[in-house]
Write a protein of this length. Structure first.
Lengths: 113, 111
């Protein structure tokens, strides 16, 4: 299975600032996704990161708040913009496709103060 | 969109007993159903999955069953051990790996 490296693993940020989370995979994968897991909750899909084009966002998530890049088949970034305490969550990237099922990175635990 | 319901929300079992978690889904086009185990502070880990062309799948002490007509699927853990204590999530997808998750089940195995 693919090895996913996600960083940072955790961060504490001031409200109103932005944080960019990186997801690096050790092999080319078809699909890359970003999920949010609010404290004590389940996982919710934010968007599909499309290689070379704009991400596809799920209902309730917008590009201005969560801009996503995917310049190639092994790398993606998620930015959490203009943060508020409600953005405190774990953000996870996931990869899938080909012979790879849906695996998750180790997550980024974000606390906004 | 897809709606996945998961029951129970908490489950406490005696070590050695079996645990069963049930999920229902709403989208008849869903055809891929993975189960994840998440230990405290760690990432969700895929433990087993099933596709719609299969009714049951087993991997050692873990099994998953799927009833497409009723749109429900279940996770069965036999001979539970303390290391099985975790939060378990079911999920459903149309095959594009965009996963809709259930709310999770916290499983506690009592020694």
């Amino acid at each position: 299975s693919a090895v996913i490296s996600q960083k940072p693993s955790r961060d504490i940020c001031q409200r109103g600032t932005s944080l960019t989370i990186q997801c690096q995979v050790d092999s080319q994968v078809t699909m890359m996704f970003w999920y949010r897991q609010q404290p004590g909750q389940s996982l919710t899909l934010i968007a599909t990161a499309n290689q070379g084009s704009e991400a596809t966002y799920e209902s309730g998530f917008v590009i201005d708040k969560f801009p996503i890049s995917r310049p190639n088949l092994t790398f993606s970034t998620l930015t959490v913009s203009n943060m508020s305490p409600e953005d405190s969550s774990i953000y996870l990237c996931s990869v899938a496709g080909g012979n790879t099922e849906a695996f998750f990175g180790q997550g980024t635990r974000l606390t906004v103060v | 969109g897809e709606n996945v319901e998961q029951h129970p929300s908490t489950l406490s079992v005696q070590e050695g007993d079996s645990a069963v978690i049930k999920c229902t889904y709403s989208d008849s086009a869903s055809n891929y159903f993975p189960w994840y185990k998440q230990e405290l502070g760690k990432r969700p880990q895929l433990i087993i999955d099933i596709r719609s062309n299969v009714g049951e799948k087993k991997d050692q002490r873990i099994a998953v069953t799927l009833n497409k007509t009723a749109k429900h699927f279940s996770l069965h853990i036999t001979e539970t051990q303390p290391e099985d204590s975790a939060v378990y999530f079911c999920a459903a997808s149309r095959g594009d790996y965009k996963l809709s998750f259930g709310a999770g089940t916290t499983v506690t195995v009592r020694a």
